[in-house]
Write a protein that binds this ligand. Structure first.
Ligand code: PLP
Length: 344
C-alpha cells in the first residue's frame, strides 16, 4: 500500500491507518444523523470514557490548534494568562490562536530542559505575577509528549498539578501525541490525566493515524459548560461529524491507537540507536516518543535533502527533527542510514 518515499518530516505525512480507514468506509455505507447525533460519535465518546475510566465530556474538533485554543479559552478569561514552555506548540505554531480565542490571554513563557517546563521557573513567575497590573495567571499548559519528543513522568505531572492547584490554576495538556506518551510510559491514561489533576486534555488523532480530528476532553463537566457553543462559534462543529468520529472509533476499538504509537516510538528508538552506532550521531534529547533530534552540519543536511529526504530544522542553528509514525518502515530507516553514512 505504501509507495516509496523519503519522509521523516512529520507524523502527519503518514497515510490514514488501516483501522481508521476501515471504520471510515463502514460509516460511509449509509445515511446518518448530522452534527454529532450519530452512533459513531456516541460510541467514540463512550470508548473514551472507558479508556479514561471516568465520566468525561468529549468534543471533536478539526485541528490540534482549534483544540488547544478553544480549551484554553474555556479555562481563561481575557485578562488571565497561560503559563507554558517557550518552545510549546501554542507559543510557536498556532498563529496566535490561543490569544485570539481567549480574547486576550497572554502566554507567559518559561524555559526548561528537554522541552519540559521548569517548575522552579513557574514558581518564580507566579511569585512575581501577583498584582492588578499584570495578567492574572489562569492556567498552566504542558505538552505530553513534548515538542522535543520527551515525556513527562507521572510524578513530574503531579508536581505541576500540585502547584497549579495551590495557585488555583487549571492544568491543560496538549496531547497531540498523547498516545505516544501513554505507549512510552505504559500506564493507564487516567494516571497522567484526571487522577493527577489535569483538567482538560487535547487528544490528537491526526498524528496517530486518523485523517483529521482531535478531541477536547474535559474531566470536569463544570468546566465544559457551554463549550458546545464555543466550538460551534469557532466553526468546529462538523455537520458530518460521523466522519471525524468513525476513524477515532477505528483507532480506539481494539487499541490500534496504542499499537500505532508503540510502533512509532519503537521506530524512533531504533533510528536513534542506528544513528549512534552506524553514524556516531547522538540524539540531542532523550528519545521517549516518536521523534529523534540530531545536530547535523549544513553539508550533511543539504546532502540528505538533495537525495530526497524530507525533514525539518527545528532549532537554530543546526538541530533537525526526524519524525517517525505508525507507517515508518525498517527499509526507510536503513535507506536513510545508508545515505547518511555515504555523505558523511
Ligand atoms: C501537531 C501538533 C498540534 C496540532 O497541530 P494542528 O496542525 O493544528 O493539528 C498541537 N500540539 C503539538 C505539540 C503538535 O505537535
Amino acid at each position: 500500500m505504501i509507495v516509496e518515499r523519503h519522509e521523516f518530516s512529520s507524523d502527519n505525512v503518514a497515510p490514514i491507518c488501516p483501522e481508521a480507514w476501515a471504520a471510515l468506509q463502514e460509516a460511509n455505507a449509509q445515511y446518518a444523523p448530522s452534527y454529532g447525533e450519530d452512533r459513531w460519535t456516541a460510541r467514540a465518546c463512550d470508548r473514551i470514557r472507558e479508556i479514561f475510566e471516568t465520566d468525561c465530556d468529549v468534543y471533536f474538533v478539526f485541528t490540534g490548534t482549534a483544540a488547544n485554543a478553544l480549551a484554553l479559552a474555556q479555562l481563561c478569561k481575557s485578562f488571565q494568562s497561560v503559563i507554558c514552555h517557550q518552545h510549546s506548540h501554542i507559543q510557536t505554531d498556532e498563529c496566535g490562536a490561543p490569544e485570539f480565542f481567549t480574547g486576550g490571554s497572554k502566554l507567559l513563557l518559561v524555559g526548561g530542559a528537554d522541552g519540559k517546563i521548569d517548575i522552579g521557573q513557574v514558581k518564580a513567575l507566579l511569585a512575581r505575577q501577583n498584582e492588578l497590573h499584570s495578567h492574572k495567571p489562569g492556567a498552566i499548559s504542558i505538552a505530553q509528549a513534548t515538542e522535543f519528543g520527551t515525556v513527562y513522568s507521572r510524578d513530574e505531572i503531579a508536581a505541576i498539578a500540585d502547584l497549579a492547584r495551590k495557585h488555583q490554576l487549571f492544568l491543560h495538556m496538549d496531547g497531540a501525541r498523547f498516545a505516544n506518551a501513554i505507549a512510552s510510559l505504559n500506564c493507564a491514561p487516567k494516571a497522567i490525566t484526571w487522577e493527577t489533576g489535569v483538567n482538560v486534555l487535547c487528544f490528537g488523532g491526526t498524528k496517530n493515524g486518523a485523517a483529521v480530528g482531535d478531541l477536547v476532553i474535559f474531566f470536569d463537566r463544570k468546566i465544559s459548560r457551554e463549550f458546545d457553543y464555543r466550538a460551534k462559534q469557532a466553526g468546529q462543529l462538523g455537520s458530518k461529524m460521523r466522519f471525524l468520529a468513525a476513524p477515532w472509533l477505528g483507532l480506539l476499538t481494539g487499541d490500534a491507537w496504542l499499537r500505532n504509537a508503540q510502533y512509532a516510538n519503537d521506530a524512533a528508538r531504533r533510528l536513534a540507536d542506528r544513528l549512534r552506532k552506524e553514524a556516531r550521531i547522538e540524539s540531542i534529547f532523550p528519545v521517549e516518543a516518536n521523534a529523534v533530534f540530531v545536530s547535523m552540519d549544513e553539508r550533511l543536511a543539504s546532502g540528505l535533502h538533495a537525495r530526497g529526504w524530507r525533514f525539518y530544522k527545528f532549532i537554530e542553528p543546526d538541530v533537525y527533527r526526524l519524525m517517525c509514525s505508525w507507517s515508518t518502515t525498517e527499509e526507510e530507516i536503513s535507506s536513510l542510514l545508508a545515505d547518511l553514512v555515504a555523505i558523511k
